[in-house]
Design a protein around this ligand. Structure first.
Ligand SMILES: [Zn+2]
Length: 326
């Protein structure tokens, strides 16, 4: 039951009940609504100003984490770039220099990767500013291209290295008999030798190593025995083709340790010192030929000599010596 309110009527000197009019009730209702509205606005404003909604604060935290991750990813990308640039530098300025090979042309390294549809799709996507994402995609594509070129370059270097190794192991590079003390060089290479029997200038186209009969003779580089033969001048002789223009001849042998057509490795025993053919005493006559022309073997002993020993060999080669073949 509604509570009845009274007022004191001075005219009748009585307390009389207050009777509510419709107009009064209307204004009361309007006043209450207005105050409620103002209070609601105030509360919302205060809340918005001083508190962040839970969903929004979660999104903000996620956004901050994404920004941090983005920065770290970009730093990682730049680190990868510097690593690949270091590999490119070593490739062009160390490996290829050692192998005497041209560096990869900068135009190939700098070649673009071509257009990508996904860049366009990113531009037309929902991101308000897709430039950073597009730029990152471009950098990743560029990095992938650099890695591909570098990988191909290593394949090429590997092939070149294998070929160089074949050349290095084929080239005559040691003495044909054990002569570390260099005591056995009896006669040097001499294109103007005066032949004691023929009484005329007759070149000595090899080096003579004095040694006891039966001393092992070694192939001076990898190759194939193209001839193991007997001649009146060279006696028992072996001819090895090393490829790349190089051949070697070993003469006056006592016996062979190989057959015609046999492949040989550097350091393999191919025969034994003798005194066959036109020889004045047990020795090995050794020749090196490049493109069928005899050249001084003294320049092909690098592998088994250190610098000091090599200087001694050069000194010996300048002395007038007497060959042991005639
Ligand atoms: Zn000789």
């Amino acid at each position: 039951m509604a509570k009845v309110r009274y007022y004191y009527n001075t005219a009748t000197c009585k307390y009389e009940p207050i009777r509510a009019t419709k107009t009064g009730m209307f204004w009361n209702f309007m006043g209450f609504t207005a105050i409620s509205f103002v209070l609601a606005i105030g509360i919302i404003y205060f809340y918005r100003t001083n508190f962040t909604p839970i969903k929004e604060s979660v999104l903000r935290a996620e956004n901050e984490q994404l920004k941090l991750d983005w920065t770290i990813l970009n730093e990682e990308l730049q680190t990868a770039y510097s690593h690949i640039e270091e590999l490119e530098f070593k490739d062009d300025h160390i490996y290829r220099v050692i192998l005497d090979t041209e560096p990869i042309p900068s135009t190939i390294r700098a070649a673009g990767t071509g257009g990508h549809d996904r860049y366009e799709s990113l531009s037309n996507g929902k991101l308000s500013d897709p430039r950073r994402i597009i730029s990152a995609y471009r950098e990743v594509d560029d990095l992938k291209k650099k890695l591909y070129i570098q990988s191909k370059s290593y394949d090429e270097i590997s092939t070149i290295l294998e070929e160089k190794e074949r050349i290095w192991s084929s080239r005559p590079a040691i003495q044909p008999i054990n002569n570390k003390e260099l005591k056995r060089i009896a006669g040097g290479f001499n294109p103007k030798r005066f032949h004691p029997i023929l009484k005329k200038i007759h070149p000595h186209e090899g080096i003579d190593f004095s040694a006891d009969i039966g001393t092992p003779i070694y192939a001076t580089g990898d190759g194939v025995v193209t001839k193991a033969y007997r001649s009146t001048t060279y006696g028992n002789a072996i001819f090895i083709d090393h490829g790349y223009g190089y051949q070697t001849r070993y003469a006056h042998l006592n016996e062979f340790n190989i057959r015609n057509g046999e492949p040989v490795k550097r350091g393999q025993v191919i025969g034994y010192v003798g005194n066959t053919g036109r020889s004045q005493g047990p020795h090995l006559h050794y020749e090196v030929l490049f493109k069928y022309k005899a050249i001084d073997p003294i320049n092909f002993f690098q592998r088994d000599l250190d610098n000091e020993e090599y200087e001694k060999v050069i000194e010996l080669s300048k002395k007038e010596t007497t060959p042991l073949d005639y």
